[in-house]
Design a protein around this ligand. Structure first.
Ligand code: BMA
Length: 326
């Protein structure tokens, strides 16, 4: 494994983009995904990578739906023509966005952003809802799980209970100010006896570097490794450039951050990350480990789905050492 250290020291991306990028493009043949397909969630069942991705078919209302695609090699994806998950509830009226997939006790859960207000009103407040599925086409909705009025996105569940509790990471946009001990939107951790009611909210990670100056939010659900829970997250700088960073959380007490990269591990460099519906965005939302290689799935410029890969062990070492030596 050759780490692209020169590239990193120049502020480049450490994760290696797949040569087939973008791995999913808008499909002009299908109205609901003709405009953009991005921010993909994945789950790997040991045989296939299942993907739910956000799709845009029109720009007047910009309402998102989810499509489904699946792959046996992790990068050639076969998609279905029909919509996999569409907004039907009042709280989803103006779209469902940015799915995250996780399996807990062999049950697949989808956490996803819901918009109940028309985006163009300018006073959008986002919530996050949860659903289960057994086939990625039929869903059982469990309702909104984010705290009322918290304007919450980037809500991800841990794939198992820890100390008998379910754990969640979330990014309440308006939990800022002296009462919250943080002045910009940050990543919080909370626990619950059920998946619908979380408590003991604790600040986990706030913006620290220039590249994450405006806000940080979780990417894919954390992945369990021997060195801790691996969290890929995004940071937004003052020019609204979205980059990705990585952190390791303590295995038994994930409210403890044991390491965090100072430099981004992926940042917009390729044309499909620099130019799209929103320019200069890499937005990781899915991850899995296949044959020891971490696969990170991300949206490029709110337009296409992409993949970047790295040897998991080398990456963990980098996160641990990078933090210590920097
Ligand atoms: C975030 C989310 C994502 C989007 C990103 C960049 O706030 O809305 O869906 O990819 O902004 O535009």
């Amino acid at each position: 494994m050759v780490l692209k250290l020169d590239n990193i020291s120049q502020g480049g991306s450490m994760l290696e983009r797949h040569y087939k990028n973008p791995i999913l493009l808008p499909n002009k043949e299908t109205w609901w995904e003709s405009g953009a397909v991005f921010n993909p969630a994945v789950i790997y069942d040991g045989n296939k990578v299942h993907m739910l991705y956000r799709a845009i078919g029109e720009y007047k209302h910009y309402i998102s739906r989810f499509g489904y695609a699946c792959s046996t090699d992790g990068y050639n994806f076969e998609r279905k023509n029909e919509i996999a998950f569409r907004p039907t509830e009042e709280y989803e009226k103006y779209g469902i966005e940015d799915p995250r997939l996780v399996a807990i006790d062999n049950q697949v859960y989808i956490s996803y952003v819901v918009l109940s207000d028309y985006v163009a009103k300018g006073t959008i407040s986002s919530s996050t809802a949860l659903a289960t599925t057994n086939d990625f086409h039929n869903h059982i909705r469990l309702g909104i799980i984010s705290s009322k009025g918290s304007d919450n996105k980037d809500v991800v569940l841990f794939p198992q209970k820890i100390n008998q509790k379910y754990l969640v990471l979330h990014r309440p946009k308006n939990w800022i100010g002296s009462k919250f001990g943080v002045d910009r939107p940050s990543i919080w951790i909370a626990e619950g006896d059920s998946l619908s009611n979380f408590e003991k909210h604790t600040l986990l990670m706030k913006p620290e570097q220039d590249w994450e100056e405006l806000k940080v939010g979780s990417g894919p659900p954390p992945i369990k490794t021997e060195h801790g829970w691996l969290l890929i997250y995004h940071g937004v700088d003052k020019d609204l450039v979205y980059r990705a960073g990585a952190a390791l959380l303590d295995l038994n007490d994930p409210s403890k951050v044991i390491a965090r990269t100072k430099k981004p591990v992926l940042q917009p460099e390729e044309p499909y990350e620099k130019v799209g519906d929103v320019n200069n965005v890499v937005f990781p939302t899915g991850a899995c480990v296949i044959d020891g290689r971490l696969h990170v799935y991300y949206g490029g410029a709110d337009k296409v789905c992409c993949l970047a890969v790295i040897e998991l062990n080398a990456f963990l070492e980098y996160i641990l050492n990078g933090t210590i030596n920097n």
